[in-house]
Write a protein that binds this ligand. Structure first.
Ligand SMILES: [Zn+2]
Length: 150
């Protein structure tokens, strides 16, 4: 990945790529972040724990399974089963992400930083390598006639 960003604090424009990502761990929690090269303000990219990493991996495997199922023309009911599973994984991931975000903040910024910044705006949304690409909206198979759900 490669992103141009403008620092909220000092308005310096800088570039973030994978090599500039930093990582801090505490127990099984892992916080990925980067720093502004000028004022060293930290920005969180992604906070994971063991379960989150497990979910990421599961999604990756399931995505591969779905691709295979589609290329081999599995029955739509089978594929739909996979898609439902994928949806469940996504939901859990989202929920977990919401839980982990404040923990990551705390690890990186400490507890007493909350007055200064206040909101969760410190977290920068970045699509990054841990997040598997979505597979369910693209490469539609020929058996996609059942768009109306049950
Ligand atoms: Zn800065």
């Amino acid at each position: 990945m490669n992103h141009n960003l403008i620092c909220d604090s000092c308005k310096t424009e800088f570039n973030v790529d994978d090599e500039k990502l930093l990582k801090v761990t505490e127990g099984d929690i892992e916080v990925q972040y980067f720093e502004c090269p000028k004022c060293e303000r930290k920005y969180i990219v992604f906070t994971t724990n063991e379960r989150m990493r497990e979910l990421v991996e599961k999604r990756r495997l399931l995505a591969a399974q779905i691709r295979l199922a589609r290329s081999k023309r599995f029955r739509p009911s089978t594929i739909n089963g996979y898609l439902k599973k994928m949806q469940k994984l996504k939901e859990e991931q989202l929920k977990l992400r919401t839980e982990l975000a404040p923990i990551g903040q705390k690890i990186l910024f400490g507890e007493n930083d909350s007055k200064e910044s206040g909101t969760e705006n410190d977290t920068v949304e970045i699509k990054q390598t841990c997040e598997p690409e979505r597979t369910d909206s693209q490469d539609r198979g020929p058996d996609n006639d059942n768009t109306g759900s049950p």
